[in-house]
Design a protein around this ligand. Sequence first.
Ligand SMILES: Cc1cc2nc3c(=O)[nH]c(=O)nc-3n(C[C@H](O)[C@H](O)[C@H](O)COP(=O)(O)OP(=O)(O)OC[C@H]3O[C@@H](n4cnc5c(N)ncnc54)[C@H](O)[C@@H]3O)c2cc1C
Length: 525
Amino acid sequence: MAIKTKEQYQQSIRDRKPMNVWFLGEKVEDVTTFPPLAASFSAVSKVYELASDPDWQDLVTVESHINGERVSIYNAPLRTPEEANKKTRAARAFAEVIGCCTHRCTGSEGFAGLGPCTYDMDQDLGTDYFQRFTKFMDYVQRNDLSCTVTVTDVKGLRTLPPHKQPDKDMYVHIDEYREDGIVISGYKANQTGILFAHEVVIVPTTAMKEEDKDFAVACAVPADAPGITYVLGRTPQDKRFFEVGGDIEGIDLGKNYADHQAFVYFDHVFVPKERVFLCGEWQYVGRLLSYFTAVHRLTAGGCKAGGCTALAGAASLITEMIGVNRAGHIKEKLTEMVITAEQVYGLSLAAGTEGFTHPSGFWVPNPLMAHTCKWTCTWIPFNAVRYAREIIAGTGETAPSELDMRSPVIGDICQREFNPGNPKYDAFDRLRATRFIEHMTRGSNWTAMALHGGGNPEAARMMAMRFTDWKHLQDMVKVATGMEKDPKICKSVLDSIGKRSGRIDTLQDLPCVCAKAEKEAAATK
Ligand SMILES: Cc1cc2nc3c(=O)[nH]c(=O)nc-3n(C[C@H](O)[C@H](O)[C@H](O)COP(=O)(O)OP(=O)(O)OC[C@H]3O[C@@H](n4cnc5c(N)ncnc54)[C@H](O)[C@@H]3O)c2cc1C
């Protein structure tokens, strides 16, 4: 079985070459011991630990179609609807344990886009990208590597296409085409989990035109490759990580696990040919993104469901501590938090079930439902956030620090002030549950992840619009109201109802969706 234990994973991260990582104006010498990154390293370590736990293995591993080994679900692009649903269940389960991003799922989603796209390119263009991709996957699977996909370019002035940006680095691009590979430069922003990844998988962020050829690049680079600079992003609580130690347990951090985001600057990084999966084929970028987002936007429903139930658990505990758990409005709010979780979970499972098998053998979830899932995730978790904050109330929102609660001088008065009243719990229990909610709702990037991670609401809405067969919707009404008189057309419309219901989700339609998008882009040039 190709699964690393937690200890093997941690050692493999320590064994990476020194990396150029910065935070608060200083170079970080060792990311594995740097306090603001400790919770993030713990989170991804926990994901490895659970993957090697026999009780979790069925949920988080699959049999590789490449080498027959049992491999991480995060290194196996989907091949069946069952695997899609397994990924959703795993995302939810991990979120319920660590309450944050697994740091690993985006890599698998990058692969889910690259597999079908490289296959299409080889069929159309006679290239050998699919073979390179499969070889790379085999390497990743056998070594159980943690991979992250870097999609988001910094983009500069949003109205300018990549080739018109005054600073070319606003989008990652190819500087040099060589016999043995390419040299790339540019920025990628908001990268989750990248400092604890082995491999960085780069894909473009937007569909391209011919003039953007040099920006049409997909490839993989080791996270410790020369020429890469990382700058860790801030979170409101980052300085709290330095407080932990002695008697201070880190209650103010909210929990033991967190994720991190960093921006990345690639400065003339060499990528060998065998790690390049798209190199100037601008016509295929839209298609790559269509395949990728169909999987990426499905996962959001799994992890946001886990986050919402974790929030509901913490809020429910607090209501018990302060004695309001039987109040009608509290029960309603807690129940709505749970309904929110089930709503996004259900959308994710449904998108995974209704899809199609690409000729490469990969399973592509239903794109319209996946984008609907992501769009929903940008809204409804905020209800759960609002309810949780309402429940911890002002006393929770303005709670004293653990440092004050443990002070030999004022600790006693702080503990009495924060004592919940229920003799089963003390002030520290209440602080733990309170900080847990604080961490998820305003201490970490959990809400930012719901809103922007995997694309903002507009991006999901735009794709949902493109994956809707508007003509079919109009035809249905024409038939229903008698506007359409031709019996043959009426029959064909009626026959298609219940099969696609206006969703563009067949393989044949995908390229035409991309072609339409390219045409629209050209028209607005
Ligand atoms: C916590 C977190 C984690 C993330 N993790 C990752 C990750 O692991 N990997 C990764 O690749 N990315 C990641 N992202 C990035 C995320 O996918 C992006 O934030 C998202 O795609 C939007 O890009 P942007 O932030 O540059 O905003 P933009 O898309 O540029 O949007 C900025 C604003 O302008 C509007 N806008 C943009 N362009 C136009 C236009 N042409 N016309 C009109 N309006 C426009 C948008 O609607 C929005 O309001 C993460 C983000 C967050 C917050």
